[in-house]
Every structure is written in C-alpha cells, then in structure tokens.
Ligand binder design. Structure first.
Ligand SMILES: NC(=O)c1ccc[n+]([C@@H]2O[C@H](COP(=O)([O-])OP(=O)(O)OC[C@H]3O[C@@H](n4cnc5c(N)ncnc54)[C@H](OP(=O)(O)O)[C@@H]3O)[C@@H](O)[C@H]2O)c1
Length: 190
C-alpha cells in the first residue's frame, strides 16, 4: 500500500487548525487537495471528519479513525469506521492521510507499514484568521520527522501564497505511478 500524507500548514509555526477549523480559506489549496484525492481512499480522524461539510467529501471513500466502535458515519456506503490504525499496515491500494494532527502523527511515528512513503507538504505564508478561538493545533513533530527521514523530490510550487513540495521516505521503493498522479494534480490548472 502506498500511503500519502497531504497537509497544509502555516509557515513558521506549523499550525494546521484552531479548534475544529482550518484558519485560512484558500480556494486553490482545496482544489489541489481535491485533485490529489478524488476517486481515492482517505483516512481522517474523527474530529477532521466532523469538520467536513456535511461530514463528506464527494467522490472519495473515507476511513474514519475513532476509538468509538459505535460511531455512525454520514454515508455508510462510502465511509467506514476504523478503530485500530494497524489495519493500514497491510493492503494494496493507495491511502491518503488527511489529518488531523493526531492522525498525521500516528502515521509518521508509527514505524514500518504506517509511515507514508510520500508527503505532499503545503505551507501557507499568509495571515491566520484572527477571529477564530479554540485550541491551536500544530504538526511540528511531523515536520521534524519529515525533515530527518524524507527528501524533497519535486520543485517547490507557489500558488496564492501556498508553497507546495513533494517529499519521499528515504530508502523506500516509491510507486512511480502514484508520484506521477500527485505531480500532475499539483501542476494542473484550477
Ligand atoms: N490544514 C490541514 O491540512 C488540516 C488537515 C486536516 C485537519 N486539520 C485540522 O486539524 C484539526 C483536527 O486535528 P486533531 O488532531 O485535533 O483531530 P483529528 O486527528 O482529526 O481527530 C482526532 C480523533 O481521531 C481519533 N483517532 C486519532 N488517532 C487514532 C488512533 N490511532 N486510533 C483510533 N482513533 C484515533 C480519535 O477519535 P475518538 O475521540 O472518537 O476516539 C481522536 O479523538 C482541526 O482543526 C482540523 O481543521 C487541518
């Protein structure tokens, strides 16, 4: 299974959320995320899943990580409850890791079988919405792992003050077809 972590963090402090919200709204970043993940399977933590409008994302399967075995998803045909992250250690398909912070961390520090082979690292260099209140959520531990265990293999693309680059896990076989799909999705016009 090729696993791909996709995030957009804030430059300097690595913030990805305040409370349950992403504290910026960049349409081209959402579109890039959609192009990368459309038709694919995602995994999201319960908090992030609840933050999706209508608790869904069109044209994608979603695995919702929660310790609650009775958790009810919005679309049982396409969304699945997963109580044990270890189920992702085996498998043949692509899996896109869509956050939030606890889920990125669980995969990046999870060792063999969980560490994503590919990271799509987007970094927003603009203002954070000052009106939001709530817990500040950052992914600094994940960025530390990325910088020590991954190497950047793409150029850095800029759009609307978001800087995106692709990183691969050092010493791992990387599925070139998955990589090609991701680069094409980043380079595509909105
Ligand atoms: N900027 C971005 O790219 C981006 C992307 C995604 C999310 N976000 C933001 O990130 C924030 C949410 O992050 P978060 O860390 O607070 O929450 P989260 O990771 O979305 O969800 C946390 C929940 O997921 C479940 N979970 C996590 N790890 C698990 C494991 N190993 N096994 C079973 N269940 C597990 C637990 O659910 P239960 O409590 O139900 O057991 C946990 O409470 C929000 O602000 C969101 O908007 C930002």
């Amino acid at each position: 299974m090729t696993k791909v972590a996709v995030w957009c963090r804030h430059e300097g402090d690595n913030i990805i959320g305040i409370g349950s919200h992403i504290p910026w709204r960049i349409s081209s970043d959402f579109k890039r995320f959609r192009r990368i993940t459309e038709g694919r399977t995602l995994v999201a933590g319960q908090t992030t899943y609840e933050s999706f409008p209508g608790r869904t994302l069109p044209d994608r399967k979603i695995c919702v990580l929660t310790l609650n075995p009775k958790y009810e998803v919005s679309d049982p045909q396409k969304h699945f409850v997963v109580n044990d992250i270890d189920v992702f250690r085996e498998g043949e398909d692509e899996l896109y890791i869509a956050g939030g912070a606890s889920v990125y961390k669980a995969f990046l520090t999870g060792g063999a079988g969980l560490m994503p082979e590919i990271i799509v690292d987007s970094m927003y260099a603009g203002m954070i919405n000052p009106e939001l209140s709530g817990k500040i959520i950052d992914i600094t531990p994940c960025i530390d792992v990325m910088k020590s265990s991954y190497r950047q293999i793409s150029e850095t693309y800029e759009k609307d003050n978001v800087f995106t680059s692709v990183w691969v896990l050092k010493g791992e076989f990387i599925d070139q077809a998955v990589l090609k799909h991701i680069i094409e999705a980043i380079e595509a016009e909105d």
